[in-house]
Design a protein around this ligand. Structure first.
Ligand code: FMN
Length: 269
């Protein structure tokens, strides 16, 4: 399917944003934020290559400096200031940018009186993200982080949450399916949630096209592919080959290698 007939290249209205295509750059932790601060100019360069809805890598809502020294944070003013040029880079490229926020897991059972403090961490993180220019907040409820720790079975909680979040007008749900789900596990969630559904997990162009065509999801995020080909919407349009991703440089601390040095389309083709 070429760009003229590709469902991925049909426009979509996401709240106040008019998206020109339906591919999404999802949160990808890259561990390049020394001392939990996004590094200029590398992070700006990395994030400003893609044009479309972009979700930042997970940024911590409270101090993770001991456990994750190179994961960015969004709990302090210094971090908030460091995010500003990054978000501006995303906007200059024409995309809305959402910040993904998470709270670190807790090693012991939470006591009831600890919960307001966590809610307050998220509140401050959301204010900082808004002040940094982000258009929205995506809360990471996966990968063993705090909210995921409350899960009582992924399927049951996901459908319950989809229903509850629908009632409070959450703009979108972004769900990664395990590959063995064979792209069918989102059906009950789709039914339970009135907002936009972003599907993720092992997609390529042709099954992304099919998922949109079948109304399985509204938008598709491509993780590893966009990591290595931030210009892949353009590559899709002209049917250009894709760079292969290099897993060994996903989460190193190098500010360039495996981060901003994947060859762009003109050089690669
Ligand atoms: C290096 C790497 C870092 C990731 N970091 C995050 C993250 O910070 N938050 C998150 O929700 N998902 C994260 N993910 C998951 C991706 O956003 C995506 O859902 C997953 O890679 C499946 O999509 P794919 O098969 O197209 O790569 C990460 C994935 C990779 C490969």
């Amino acid at each position: 399917m070429d760009a003229n007939t590709s469902p991925l290249f049909t426009p979509y209205k996401l709240g106040r944003f008019d998206l020109s295509h339906r591919t999404v750059f999802p949160a990808l932790t890259r561990t390049r934020a020394h001392n939990n601060i996004p590094q200029r100019p590398y992070a700006t360069e990395y994030y400003s290559t893609y044009g479309g809805l972009l979700i930042s890598e997970a940024a911590a809502a409270s101090d993770v400096s001991q456990r994750c020294p190179n994961m960015p944070g969004i709990w302090s003013e210094e971090q908030m200031e460091a995010w500003k040029p990054v978000v501006k880079g995303v906007h200059d490229k024409g995309g809305p940018g959402d910040g993904q926020v998470l709270e670190k897991p807790t090693p012991q059972h939470l006591k009831a009186d600890e919960i307001p403090c966590i809610v307050n961490d998220f509140r401050i993180a959301a204010c900082n993200a808004s002040n940094a220019g982000f258009d929205g907040i995506e809360i990471n409820a996966a990968s063993g982080y705090l909210i995921d720790q409350f899960s009582i079975g992924a399927k049951a909680i996901a459908t319950y949450m989809a229903n509850a979040l629908s009632k409070i007008g959450v703009l979108y749900l972004h769900i990664t399916e395990p590959r063995e789900a064979a792209n069918k596990s989102l059906v009950p969630i789709r039914k339970a949630f009135d907002g936009t559904l972003i599907a993720s997990g092992g997609y390529g162009k042709s099954d992304g096209d099919s998922a949109i065509d079948e109304n399985y999801a509204d938008l598709i995020s491509f993780g590893r592919m966009l990591l290595a080909n931030p210009d892949s919407p353009t590559r899709f349009e002209v049917n250009a080959p894709l760079n292969k991703y290099n897993r060994s440089t996903f989460c190193t601390n190098d500010p360039v290698i495996g981060y901003t040095d994947y060859p762009p389309l003109e050089v690669a083709s």
